[in-house]
Design a protein around this ligand. Structure first.
Ligand code: F6P
Length: 319
């Protein structure tokens, strides 16, 4: 490839800017022309593309959000949209594209690869729901935000001897809930990967209060349903004052952790090098510390492996 473009797509995540910076600076380092697409696939279809230089990505490594903005784009699901997107790249002689986003974004990259554009996907999502990578860009920061929120909730909950039910994001994946739950010492972690019943959660809470606990933290992944419904169902079974906190989009903002910045920098540079080596249609990731590029079709059709050992550990430690 001689010329590549980069875009961010789907829900934003902390570290996307660091990834954009890495793609732009590595591409220039290796002698490529590099373009940025504004507003994800929407901008690609509507031709919102501009040339980047070293300074266009200055002072962004520490910023949350994405300077390229992002969108969830229905047009990209149609063949017509995909062809227009590919044509807009070709008319500028751009032959490679790095897509930073979640699995919906990877599907677009897969389609463009089939239309002859050399594509690389970078896992940019707080959900950690992408297979063939241990971590996605933004996950570490999001988990840190949840842990920090739970620390604060603990203070006030124990003063009042209350229970706190905390709903976290993650779509169909329980990783944010699991990692944040383990790191914050939650009593129960309700996630889509492990069936649960509310009676057991309530019984556990009652028993723990009887045994001297002064507060209780239940983390609910949004993938198991509404936190409000679950909170109601728990409170109807216990005589404990329980309060619901829905953390929402707070989890997607703020400065990325050093881990997310490093992961984004490594993967951005890796994607550029893979394109230069002639590779295409791959999703980049990190497995046991090694950078890997996996067939994007395989990535989007494989469910992320669930870490049952970690779940059991959290359970053992939360008595
Ligand atoms: O995929 C990231 C994510 O934040 C999910 O955790 C959540 O379900 C969804 O996006 C929220 O989407 P939106 O920002 O469009 O409301």
């Amino acid at each position: 490839v001689k010329s590549i473009a980069v875009l961010t797509s789907g829900g934003d995540s902390q570290g996307m800017n660091a990834a954009v910076r890495a793609v732009v600076r590595s591409a220039i380092y290796y002698g490529l022309d590099v373009y940025a697409v504004q507003r994800g696939y929407y901008g690609l279809i509507h031709d919102d593309i501009r040339k980047m230089d070293l300074r266009s990505v200055g002072d962004i490594i520490q910023r949350g959000g994405t300077i390229l903005q992002t969108a969830r784009c229905k047009e990209m699901m149609t063949l017509e949209g995909q062809k227009t997107a590919a044509d807009n790249l070709r008319k500028r002689d751009i032959d490679g594209l790095v897509v930073i986003g979640g699995d919906g974004s990877y599907q677009g990259a897969d389609k463009l690869a089939q239309l002859g554009i050399k594509t690389m996907g970078l896992p940019g999502t707080i959900d950690n729901d992408i297979s063939y990578t241990d971590y996605t860009i933004g996950f570490d920061t999001a988990v840190g935000i949840v842990v920090d929120a739970i620390n604060k909730l603990r203070d006030t909950m124990s003063s009042h001897e209350r229970a706190s039910i905390v709903e976290v994001m993650g779509r169909h994946c329980g990783d944010i809930a699991l990692h944040a739950g383990l790191a914050s010492g939650a009593e129960s972690i309700l996630i889509p990967e492990v069936p649960f019943n509310v009676e057991d959660v309530a019984d556990r809470m009652k028993e723990n209060f009887v045994n001297g606990k002064r507060h209780s933290i239940v983390v609910v992944a949004e993938g198991v349903g509404s936190g409000e419904e679950i909170a109601k169902s728990i409170t109807s079974r216990v005589n404990i004052d329980a309060r619901l906190t829905v953390l929402g989009h707070i989890q997607r903002g703020g400065t990325p952790t050093h881990k997310d910045r490093i992961l984004a920098s490594q993967l951005g540079d890796f994607a550029v090098r893979q394109l230069i080596a002639g590779d295409s249609g791959k999703g980049c990731g990190v497995i046991n510390g090694q950078l890997v590029a996996t067939d994007i079709h395989k990535v989007i059709t494989t469910k992320k492996e669930f870490n049952m050992d970690m779940y059991e550990l959290a359970l053992r430690l939360s008595q």
